[in-house]
Design a protein around this ligand. Structure first.
Ligand code: ATP
Ligand code: MG
Length: 612
């Protein structure tokens, strides 16, 4: 390919609103152009990189035994009604409701394809003999993301590889899950991504298994907790710390004492008045929720507002801890919403900001206590009286710690002790080493998930088992964000001058630079090197533009082609052409034929190394 005939609109300007390296370089290197918020055109160079990622994904999925198909982007609303997701996903569904001629459209632009694949499955997968099977596609997805940002990391239209496996038993689901796990590892390694697999939250109600494939970078929007010894890694949504060690065992408890704390509603303000630390305080949060029906594999919980009978739940965490909504919902067995000020006043008898656990249990339906709260001694909390807090609060004495309460079986299932907080930096990991956890930002590039029968149940997709009985199909699903692979590669491989592509994703593997467009001999040699590399099957770009050397080198650094062959008067006088690697210091001068051979070998070696 010759640069002059190609289209690489590089630019020096750094876009104002771009902060992520991948976003800046994507635009500066002329890979993509934003058309509207979260909507991008892929320019030729960007498309080549995207295609390379797509092809790696396809090759590895095929190798893993998955079968490719293509479902439509236009999907009927009726299918989304069947699973209730027309409502539960309404915040991101892009809908086309109207009429064209005499056709009344009622369409959703597919954000994911569980409904559509399950519709195919219920039509064709009728017997256990057809199972297991894994069907996948690589296709555009549409989501009305509220805050698209960071270039192509989060867009409203993006390319996803989505795979769905169907099973008649849990053993084959486990096996296929492992197969996909290993396949994802191969895919991301081949793409040159430094990835980490983390345990992921699989939905508030399920006991199911889910993993995310993360690339650690500042530009990521996910928070991941990783132990210092790297043995434990989990998404913050799910990460747990080791349980707290029991407090000291003496029986000198301080007495409850009310303290006047006018206007001090926030933890820090209260601490200042009481002369205590947030870690010695109990935060008392009041929620409302509605008890749902659940199944083993339910991954979505009905929103609280869609059910009628509200229950009141009080959650206790330490003053320096934050509630984890997923864990709280699991402990409560339902999705919860923070209560409105009227409910809070009704429950506590005080204005918002002065709630405390003492005496509350009889006024609510459930008390959920974080494990760390149970080991506190002489803590402080709200006094359930406006403008007052109390000190000397002791778990077990001032509020019940277990279902027995102060009398056998008194509270039944009303009192629950559970892990309901987000981990914080330095917490011990829940593994033998208790290695300290650290929080890091990450990009989610892939997600694998045991779905179970969630979709087959609601859509009536069954198959006959060995005994001729109809059973709901058991499903797994496996997604990869192809654009995110490309952006994550740039995030993890760049320097101040531009991109340093991994060989496997590089739009071109080799860039030949003819240094002086007026030097005929150099031009001729450059063209020959280009042609021979192309004939050897190398993706090669020839910079034949009539530009200064410095300008060409700047662009070369920016677009980040891994190998470079520079042909100029000086190099020819020194015996040939100069071979360099992007991001490395080394330079070698060699005759043109030798350079072709050397560079071809380097490309192959690097591709093989990544594919191993
Ligand atoms: P996120 O939490 O980042 O919104 P998600 O968990 O909703 O993503 P999935 O439904 O698991 O995403 O989709 C599978 C994969 O598709 C993700 O792992 C991610 O790589 C990619 N992806 C999801 N949303 C987007 C988006 N808006 N833009 C680009 N890629 C995306
Ligand atoms: Mg996900």
């Amino acid at each position: 390919m010759k640069w002059r005939k190609y289209f690489i609109p590089t630019t020096k300007e750094t876009p104002k609103d771009a902060t992520a390296a991948s976003h800046i370089l994507l635009l500066r290197a002329g890979l993509a152009r934003q058309l509207a918020a979260g909507i991008y055109s892929y320019l030729p160079l960007g498309l080549r990189a995207l295609r390379k990622a797509e092809n790696i994904v396809r090759e590895e999925m095929d190798r893993a035994g998955a079968v490719e198909l293509r479902m439509p982007c236009l999907t009927p609303t009726t299918l989304w009604e069947e699973t209730g997701r027309l409502e539960t996903m309404s915040d991101i569904l892009l809908r086309i409701d109207g009429s064209v001629g005499d056709w009344a459209t009622g369409l959703v632009l597919g954000p994911t394809h569980e409904e559509i694949i399950t519709d195919i499955a219920r039509a064709y997968l009728k017997s256990y003999k057809q199972l297991p099977i894994n069907l996948y596609q690589i296709q555009l997805k549409f989501r009305g993301e509220a805050r698209p940002k960071s270039g192509v990391l989060r867009t409203r239209e993006f390319l996803m590889k989505d795979a769905y496996s169907f099973h008649h038993d849990l053993e084959t689901l486990d096996k296929e899950y492992e197969n996909m796990y290993a396949t994802y590892c191969r895919i991301f390694k081949r793409c040159g991504l430094p990835y980490t697999v983390v345990e992921a939250e699989s939905g508030a109600m399920g006991g199911d298994v889910s993993h995310e494939f993360m690339v650690m970078t500042d530009a990521g929007e996910d928070l991941v907790a990783i132990s210092e010894d790297r043995v434990y890694a989990a998404n913050l949504e799910r990460a747990a710390a080791a349980p707290p060690e029991a407090g000291q065992d003496d029986d000198t408890f301080a007495e409850l004492e009310e303290v006047h704390t006018p206007g001090a509603g926030r933890v820090e303000d209260v601490c200042a008045v009481l002369g205590t630390q947030p870690r010695q305080m109990i935060k008392t949060l009041i929620y409302t929720g509605v008890a749902p029906a659940s199944s083993r594999f339910d991954s979505d919980v009905a929103p609280a507002s869609s059910r009628s009978e509200a229950v009141r739940v009080v959650a206790l965490v330490r003053g320096d801890h934050e509630i984890n909504e997923f864990k709280l919902a699991k402990a409560a067995g339902m999705m919860l919403e923070l209560a409105d000020p009227e409910t809070i006043e009704e429950v506590t008898g005080a204005l918002v900001g002065f709630a405390g656990p003492q005496g509350l249990v009889d006024k609510i339906d459930k008390l959920i206590i974080d494990r760390e709260v149970t080991v506190l001694r002489d803590a402080a909390s709200g006094a359930n009286k406006t403008d007052y807090h109390v000190t000397g609060v002791n778990p077990g004495r001032d509020f019940p710690l277990d279902s027995a309460g102060t009398g056998p079986g008194r509270y039944g299932e009303k009192v629950v002790v559970a892990d309901i907080r987000n981990v914080v930096d330095g917490d011990p990991a829940p593994i033998e080493s208790r290695s300290p956890l650290h929080l890091r930002t990450a990009i989610e590039v892939g997600h694998i998930f045991m779905l179970g029968t969630k979709y087959s149940d609601s859509m009536g997709a069954t198959c006959l088992d060995k005994n001729g009985r109809a059973r709901p199909l058991i499903m797994g699903c496996y997604g990869i964000g192809v654009n995110r692979i490309m952006a994550a590669a740039i995030e993890s491989h760049h320097d101040e001058n531009g991109i340093i592509w991994p060989m496997s994703l590089a739009p071109f593997e080799v860039l030949v630079i003819a240094l002086d467009s007026k030097d005929e001999r150099a031009n001729k040699v450059a063209l020959e090197v280009h042609d021979e590399l192309a004939a050897a099957g190398i993706d090669v770009l020839l910079d034949d533009r009539d530009e200064r050397a410095g300008f060409k080198f700047k662009d070369a650094d920016l677009i980040g082609i891994p190998l470079r062959v520079v042909v100029g008067k000086k190099s020819l006088a020194a015996g040939g052409v100069e071979v360099t690697e992007r991001g490395k210091e080394s330079k070698e001068i060699m005759p043109p034929e030798a350079a072709v051979e050397h560079v071809t070998k380097l490309v192959r070696q690097e591709l093989n190394k990544l594919a191993q």
